[in-house]
Structure formats: C-alpha cells, structure tokens
Ligand binder design. Structure first.
Ligand SMILES: [Fe+2]
Ligand SMILES: [Fe+2]
Length: 316
C-alpha cells in the first residue's frame, strides 16, 4: 500500500473488477418483476378534466394523512432519478462495468416511480394535481449530492442511503394498512436492499485499497447524512410526522441503517490505521454514541406524545 493518497482515477480502476464481480452477482440474484402486476387497475376510474371523470376528493383516499405524506415523499424521492443518474454517470463514468452498473441501476430505479405512481393514481390515495405540482417543483430544483465528484464519499453515502430508502419503503407499506400497497413497497424495498449490498461491497473493497482515506470519508458521510428527499418542499415537517409514525426515525437510522453497515465493514475492528484514520474512527464512535442519546430522547418524546394522544382519545 502506498503512503501517498491514491487518485480517484486509480480508485475507479482498482474497483473496476469488484464492480464487475458484484454486477454479475446482482444480476444473478435480482428477480425480474413487473410493475403492472402490483397495481389494482380495476379500482381506478377517470379523473375530471379532459375525460370528464370525477375530481379527486380526500375521502377517496383510504390511507391516513401521514401515510399519504410518506407515499408522496417516497415517490418524489424516486422521481428525481434523472438527477441521481447524472450524479453517478459523471462520477462512475459510462464505460465497462461501471457504466453497465450505472445503466442497470437506473433502469431498476425507474421501475420504482412507475409502480408507485400507478398505484397511487389508480387507488386515488393522493391528490393527483398536488402530486404533479410537487413533482415539477422537486425535479426542477434538481438534486446535487453533497459528495458530488467524490468517489469514496459517494459510495459510502449510497450504501447508507439505499438501506435508508429500503427501511422507509417497507415501513410506509405497513403504515398504509393496504395489503396491495404493502406488497408493492416490499417489492421495491427488496430492490433497494440489493442496491445497498452492491455499494456496501464496493466500499468494503475501497477500505482495503485505501483504509485511512476511506475511514475519513465514512466519518464525514455518517456525520452529515441527509435523506435524498430532504430538499422536498415541506420535508422537515413531513419527516417529523413520518418519524413519529415509525416510517423513518433516528432509532431506525442508527440501529437499522448506519450500524449494520459499519459492522459489515468491521469499522471498529480494523487494524493498522494511521493517526488520521484512527482520529476519524474515534470521531465516528463518538458520533454513534451521540446518536444513541438522541434516539433515546426521541423515543421518550414519542412515547409521551402517544400516551397523550391515547389519553385524549379515551376521554372522548
Ligand atoms: Fe428506488
Ligand atoms: Fe435503490
């Protein structure tokens, strides 16, 4: 291992065989699926406007307000795929195994928005006009990763982000209380899990190639992690409601997303780090302790809130 930091181009080349191996693995385990099979088409009917059907009304929607928010946030996040594609196509390139992965991943992700939108419009779960305006607004803003142009940080980010998206889809499915939505979102979540595995394996290889720089990158990414939809208009308020409803909260973020990935990389057992690598690791450990405290505080607050709501309902 050289003492001088390796360049991004060297890292891309070092990881190329790992990309190829993991792409082949991915293609073997990823099952083909068809979005149209997951949509209850016969529940649908025309909307007002050109076809003179019925305008959407909130009573049409069988899901709760918070489930509706979660479905919208998850769909808008998927909708921004052209921006994500741009980010990774520029960073990974479009050649050889890297390019094959960029295109394959984009095709798989494209299915997510198609399937979720078809479900939402067919079942009238959300206001179609509001949804389209939000989509225009969100996509027109575009998405720029805060780790743009940085290969190792981007690989670390997507390892966590794909898993976070998996958790969010899974729990949104449960929250809808609709077995059809749950089945669809479980299917989408399974894709996100395979994406996570792909990126997690690549980052594991980067840790072998360049352990200290990769450790520094992981520490940065964990400390600054934001969900990909965090720039959706009104996201913060929706995120709080979704956290309280158990779609994605700080406990899940810590225990179901960040920790399992760190453990897979054996972050806290790695040996032979230099001073910079050790410093990053100990900052990361402190940060994870801080997250634990925040998670406990959040759980206390949520329990108290739920107790108040239950008491109010009982008094009625
Ligand atoms: Fe997705
Ligand atoms: Fe994904």
């Amino acid at each position: 291992m050289s003492a001088t930091p390796i360049t991004q181009t060297q890292m891309l080349l070092e990881l190329e065989p790992v990309v190829e191996e993991n792409l082949n693995r991915h293609i073997k385990v990823a099952k083909e699926w068809f979005p149209h099979e997951y949509v209850p088409w016969s529940d649908g009917r025309n909307f007002d406007g050109i076809l003179g059907g019925d305008a959407w009304a909130v009573e049409d929607s069988k899901v709760s307000d918070v489930a509706r928010s979660a479905l919208i946030v998850n769909l808008l996040t998927e909708d921004n795929l052209p921006s994500y594609h741009h980010e990774i196509a520029v960073l990974f390139g479009r050649d050889a195994a890297w390019g094959d992965w960029v295109h394959r991943w984009t095709a798989e992700e494209g299915r997510h928005a198609i399937a979720i939108r078809d479900y939402l419009l067919t079942t009238r779960a959300v206001d179609p006009i509001q949804l389209e305006r939000l989509r225009m607004d969100h996509m027109a803003t575009g998405y720029v990763s805060s780790h743009s142009q940085d290969l190792v940080r981007s690989l670390a980010y997507v390892s966590f982000q794909e898993l976070a998206t998996r958790v969010s889809h899974r729990n949104t499915g449960k929250l809808t209380n609709d077995p059809v939505a749950d089945q669809l979102l479980t299917r989408v979540a399974a894709d996100e899990n395979l994406h996570m595995i792909f990126y997690r394996n690549l980052l594991a290889a980067a840790l072998e190639v360049s352990p200290n720089e990769t450790m520094v990158a992981i520490n940065d990414v964990v400390q600054t992690f934001q969900m990909p939809g965090s720039d959706i208009a009104g996201f913060q308020r929706k995120a709080v409601e979704m956290a309280i409803a158990g779609v994605y909260d700080i406990r899940q973020h810590r225990d179901e997303v960040v920790m399992p990935v760190l453990r897979f990389w054996k972050i806290f057992e790695l040996e032979g780090l230099n001073a910079e690598g050790e410093k990053a690791r100990s900052e990361l450990a402190d940060f994870m302790d801080g997250l634990e405290k925040q998670a406990l505080k959040f759980e206390d607050k949520r329990d108290a809130l739920q107790a108040r709501i239950a008491a109010r309902a009982a008094a009625r």
